[in-house]
Design a protein around this ligand. Structure first.
Ligand code: 5GP
Length: 118
């Protein structure tokens, strides 16, 4: 069940400010408030989807395409397309997802560490 009062829903409604990197019909990208790398940006769909399972099952094709294309555009805008970057999605409890609106993290601007920490 989607919580309309999660922090990213508030950002999408303009109730909370964000440091915007990119926006189109399907996606919004903004800097993470607590960056874990030199570049740390969040890319979220505009639709109300809790996580990847919800998105994969319920999003329309244009929303899915829009989010993926936005990820590529954001990497271009950030200048990491050629240097490389990591995109990451925390999903659900074991995945460590804190905000219940689907989001991808994009990390870059430096050599990143191991793929996974426990
Ligand atoms: P998760 O752990 O759910 O994958 O990541 C949530 C991310 O959202 C965290 O990296 C956290 O720093 C970021 N975040 C939480 N609240 C805000 C906020 O109000 N503004 C921005 N820009 N990022 C936020």
């Amino acid at each position: 069940m989607y919580d309309k009062n999660n922090i990213f829903a508030k950002i999408l409604r303009g109730e909370i400010p964000c440091d915007k990197i990119y926006e189109d019909k399907f996606a919004l990208a903004f800097k993470d408030i607590n960056p874990q790398a030199k570049i740390h940006v969040l890319v979220i769909p505009k639709g109300a989807y809790v996580d990847m399972n919800d998105f994969a099952a319920n999003a329309k094709s244009d929303e899915i395409e829009g989010l993926i294309r936005a990820l590529g555009k954001v990497a271009d805008i950030l200048g990491v397309s050629t240097t490389g970057y990591r995109y990451l999605g925390n999903n659900g409890r074991d995945g460590g997802q804190e905000v219940p609106h689907l989001h991808f993290h994009i990390f870059g601007g430096e050599k990143l560490g191991r793929m996974i920490h426990k």
